[in-house]
Ligand binder design. Structure first.
Ligand code: ADP
Ligand code: MG
Length: 260
């Protein structure tokens, strides 16, 4: 799903005075794109992500996702749209404290009305993939920060989202776990053709994006290609000169993300 933002502005009231934290941001992220958003603390990264995901409403401007203008939907309609299409990894995890790790991963499946037979297996598989097979019945308070982050990542994947937003997804992880999470995100983009929009301070993660946007003071001050090349949309029929995306066409891989 593609994402188009036009004239996106966000203004908060701070001590009764307006504080502009995003200034007329224009942005197009193609379907199946992988964009990393970087920039100093307070530059508006989390605010922008929340607006693109339809979690918040902008003060001005529009967000259109897969042809659907989110900014004209009601709160309930946006919630429905997110349940069907969007995965989100929050900077502060937002796990439900009264549910176990396993139950937290099931939540998006329940919200989307997919709590059938496959749901339980998928939740177990996702937790295994983020190395939490032994922690499924722990509550968030019984997990370390890095473990909670991995539950949040498993939960975001549960519903095979068309778009995954992640706010510093490797911020609380050690290098080795972080590298595995990066691999997982990249494989989601490649194999399940999920559009990925990440905020990150991690140069290894940003380097794997197709495009890197830099925010400063609520404005996009740089928009450059990442080290990774976007996959060709329409490969040559004879394949000459094309490198098949890693894992494409293979079934029964280590982790079958699958298409929605
Ligand atoms: P980043 O994620 O880049 O660190 P944020 O998007 O979280 O930045 O915040 C951008 C600016 O907006 C910051 O100065 C922050 O203090 C301010 N801000 C964020 N949310 C609110 C809010 N709900 N009310 C008032 N100010 C806010
Ligand atoms: Mg932030």
């Amino acid at each position: 799903m593609d994402i188009v933002a036009r004239g996106l502005e966000q203004t908060y009231l701070s001590g009764g005075r307006p504080l502009v934290v995003l200034h007329a941001v224009d942005l197009t992220i193609p379907s199946e794109g992988f964009v990393a958003i970087v920039g100093p603390s307070g530059s508006g990264k989390t605010t922008l992500l929340g607006l693109l995901a339809g979690l918040d409403r902008p003060s001005a401007g529009t967000v259109t996702v897969g042809g659907q203008q989110l900014t004209s939907l009601t709160e309930d309609q946006r919630a429905r749209f997110r349940a069907d299409n969007v995965g989100f990894v929050f900077q502060t995890f937002h796990l439900i404290p009264t549910l176990t790790a396993y139950e937290n991963v099931l939540v998006p499946l329940e919200l989307a009305g997919k709590a059938g037979d496959g749901a339980s297996a998928r939740a177990h598989e996702l937790l295994e993939r983020v190395d939490l097979a032994g922690r499924e019945h722990h509550y968030p308070a019984q997990l370390s920060g890095g473990e909670q982050q991995r539950v949040a990542i498993a939960r975001a994947f549960a519903n095979r989202p068309r778009i995954l937003f992640a706010d510093e997804p490797t911020g609380n992880l050690d290098a080795e776990t972080g590298a595995r999470v990066v691999d997982l995100l990249v494989s989601l983009n490649r194999e399940a053709r999920t559009t990925l929009v990440l905020v990150t301070h991690d140069p290894d993660l940003a380097a794997r994006a197709h495009r890197v946007l830099r925010l400063a003071g609520g404005r996009i001050v740089e928009d450059r290609p990442g080290a990774a090349r976007a996959p060709d949309v329409a490969p040559d029929p004879d394949g000459a000169g094309d490198v098949a995306p890693q894992g494409s066409g293979a079934s029964g891989g280590a982790f079958e993300l699958g298409l929605p």
